[in-house]
Design a protein around this ligand. Structure first.
Ligand SMILES: Nc1ncnc2c1ncn2[C@@H]1O[C@H](COP(=O)(O)OP(=O)(O)OP(=O)(O)O)[C@@H](O)[C@H]1O
Ligand SMILES: [Mg+2]
Length: 500
């Protein structure tokens, strides 16, 4: 099935998010869309899927103009979409989630649980998804949950599948699995629109590449183009994909973690009595396959985890037992893994989010009075510095694109005068130009004498920023190595092979 967009235009107030976009996706083609944060990719896809109405333009499926007023119209026309934020209900089974989706979009006829299970099994076998219809969704790894979303689209017989940044939250192994699934879907004739910021993935699977900049199509590229070429087409200037990390003297130990143990509510240890230190002017990266205790360790640094034993000292202060707020005030900047959950308050403005947790300090506050003009002008300054694409700093932060939301958290946390920066997946969802900028900023923090604790599943990022790398495996730090370690040895360590 082919998909064609003609003259799609969409404005939000004065901002033209999509400007007269023409796009053709042939049957059985993987078509990648590349573009900077805020370029208009998600808006365009939400229009195709019926979540957003365009001001102008037409959507054609097999050369026939479609009327797509809501997602059920898109599904009926054979268009499915997997969003970056999964829409599954965690406590329900796979089959229940899929039946539920059907009920919501009633036009497509009903599907009972029994039939659903058989269908799930059929699709799962056909594409080797390995999904159990009776599994409870919250017990499944993210990569499998995503396959459930894909099954949900396929069960409606989607012939065009939209994947909006599907790999942002996947491990490298899960990503490879997804790319394999995409190839298989393609071989059975499904067309795929693939949005990602990772150029390696584009080169690995795409047949066609279209580049969008500030709402307009600025060109196409062949998958044989180099990553550097793709990067500069996207951003409109050359991008340095690996930053300059100069040798830098380190100072005294500022963060000391001793025998830290983190348990879940049932008393099971997620992090097992680990110890490490970070000096001023040093970046210590915590690497490891997702799910080996890194997320809990990161959250524990500001006491976001409820069951912590052992000691975390920052300078002279013991942090364990303090509140989140007190911990931050001791001098920690914190970039959380999940910006939506821990980093932003959706109902507040961009300006307010830029000063969260700082609002009771000067220069924003005079006594108990917050000074709106200072908040506003600081916000203007930070959004320019971090190139946050917005209309007004007074708009709700929820109106921003995914990557620009991340930039709000970064702009706030990277401008705080602190001793320690804890950064979890700091560049998740960012375009290559913004990654370059954020990497430079993190190295500048280090060079200014801060201690940096970096959590990243991106090995490129770990190598680009780290002075030393601590590898976590099953809740323990199995080894701390200098950043000169080879990628192969690091890979072995991450797989739990201690003597790499
Ligand atoms: N509901 C909305 N109200 C106001 N502005 C919006 C709304 N939705 C999107 N925008 C704006 O439209 C522009 C395009 O956003 P979009 O989400 O399509 O970008 P994107 O290319 O998907 O970026 P990213 O890579 O960061 O996900 C952004 O400037 C965004 O702030
Ligand atoms: Mg987007």
């Amino acid at each position: 099935m082919s998909l064609e967009l003609r003259g799609i235009t969409k404005s939000f107030g004065a901002l033209v998010a999509n400007d007269n976009i023409d796009l053709k996706v042939a049957a059985g083609e993987i078509h990648a869309i590349l573009g900077e944060n805020g370029a208009g990719k998600s808006t365009l896809m939400n229009i195709v899927y019926g979540l957003v109405q365009p001001d102008k333009g037409e959507i054609l499926v097999d050369d026939i103009v479609q009327k797509i007023a809501e997602p059920s119209d898109a599904l009926a026309a054979g268009i499915g979409m997997v969003h970056q934020h999964f829409m599954l209900i965690p406590v329900f089974t796979v089959a229940e989630n899929i039946v539920l989706g059907h009920e919501v979009s009633g036009k497509l006829g009903s599907l009972d649980l029994h039939n659903a299970k058989a269908e799930i099994k059929r699709i799962s076998d056909e594409f080797k998804f390995d999904v159990d219809p009776d599994a409870i969704v919250e017990n499944l790894p993210v990569g499998v949950q995503q396959r459930v979303e894909i099954i949900r689209a396929l069960i409606y017989d989607a012939k065009v599948l939209i994947l909006d940044e599907p790999t942002a939250v996947l491990t490298p192994q899960e990503t490879d699995g997804l790319l394999e699934i995409m190839r298989k879907l393609k071989s059975k004739g499904t067309s795929i629109i693939f949005i990602t910021h990772k150029l390696r993935e584009v080169k690995a699977v795409a047949d066609q590449i279209t580049i969008i900049r500030r709402g307009k199509i600025v060109g196409t590229a062949s998958p044989s183009a180099s990553q550097d070429e793709l990067a500069s087409l996207m951003v409109g200037r050359p991008v340095e994909l690996s930053p300059d990390k100069s040798a830098h003297p380190m100072g005294e130990v500022v963060l000391s973690v001793r025998d830290l143990r983190i348990e879940d509510s049932t008393g099971r240890a997620l992090v097992k009595d680990i110890s490490f230190e970070v000096k001023t002017g040093e970046v210590l990266a915590i690497a490891g396959v997702q799910g080996n205790g890194q997320s809990e360790l990161a959250r524990a640094m500001i006491n976001l985890e409820p069951h912590i034993k052992g000691s975390i000292t920052l300078g002279q202060s013991e942090l364990v037992g303090k509140s989140v707020r007190q911990s931050l005030h001791e001098g920690i900047a914190f970039i959380p893994e999940s910006r939506e959950l821990d980093g932003l308050i959706a109902s507040l403005s961009i300006a307010e989010n830029l000063i969260l947790d700082l609002h009771d300090m000067p220069p924003y506050a005079r006594g108990v009075q917050i000074s709106p003009s200072v908040v506003g002008s600081e916000a203007e300054k930070k959004s320019k510095e971090f190139d946050i694409r917005l209309q007004s700093v007074q708009d709700p932060v929820s109106s921003l694109s995914g990557g620009n939301k991340q930039k709000v958290v970064l702009a706030r946390e990277l401008s705080r005068p602190v001793q320690l920066l804890v950064a979890s997946q700091p560049t998740r969802g960012l375009d290559v130009g913004s990654i370059e900028f954020v990497h430079e900023r993190i190295l500048a923090e280090r060079d200014a004498g801060r201690a940096v604790l970096l959590f990243s599943t991106e090995l490129d990022e770990v190598f680009a920023l780290a002075d030393r790398i601590a590898v976590m495996y099953r809740g323990e730090i199995i080894k701390i190595v200098p950043a000169t370690v080879s990628a192969q040895d690091l890979g072995l360590l991450m797989a739990g092979v201690e003597h790499a």
